[in-house]
Design a protein around this ligand. Sequence first.
Ligand SMILES: [Zn+2]
Length: 238
Amino acid sequence: MLLRQKYPLTWHKKDFSIKIFCSIPNIATGILIKAGKAYLVVDPGDGILRDLNKDIGTKNILSISNAFITHGHHDHVGGIWTLLTYMRVMNKKSPLSIHYPAGCVEIESIYHAFHKVYSKSIPYEIKLKTIKDEKSIRSNGVTIKPFPVVHKEYLHDGITTKQVPALGYKFTYARMNICYGGDTAYCTELVRNAKNSDLAIIEAGHDEETPDDMHMTMNEAASIGKSAKEYFLVHVPE
Ligand SMILES: [Zn+2]
């Protein structure tokens, strides 16, 4: 069953839910998962603080202990600085772990700059968690399984492309699961992980029927989505 996209997109089953505030290519992504009482943020792009503030409020924002990053493109990480600074100003005490693919220089650079600017006034611990393999991560009853995806970017000549460090994640809680592919071309890892999941969130960022190494066409994305119980197609150009 395809769930149509009109942001925010929400899905829930028992006490496991996801809200996609936004997923527009080159503009912003922002995703919040709630599992029991725990909140996880995924791909905090520009606007994430505004959306979180409206949705869950300061106290719950400060309770967030984990952020998951699929890759370092600006439309997926643009809100990190804001979020880190807000947590500083609001005096967050509990640690925040940021999970990101190994080699994602954007996250490391943002973290180092933040640390340099505010080294004497960060009240909470920021833990950078580099993901180097497909080992599952467990936190607050949620199992998060990373998997590699195919996502490229153009070099300055506008022709040559290179693979960027990029992951998808499968979030499992109380035997329910959500598969989020991040940005990816059609790839077997995503096909495998999306299959039979309770919800698959699949990007359909390519506007023509000519597949490339960066994004999927609607048809490719839908073919993967249909293997899940329910799915959202996201990251469609507006
Ligand atoms: Zn991207």
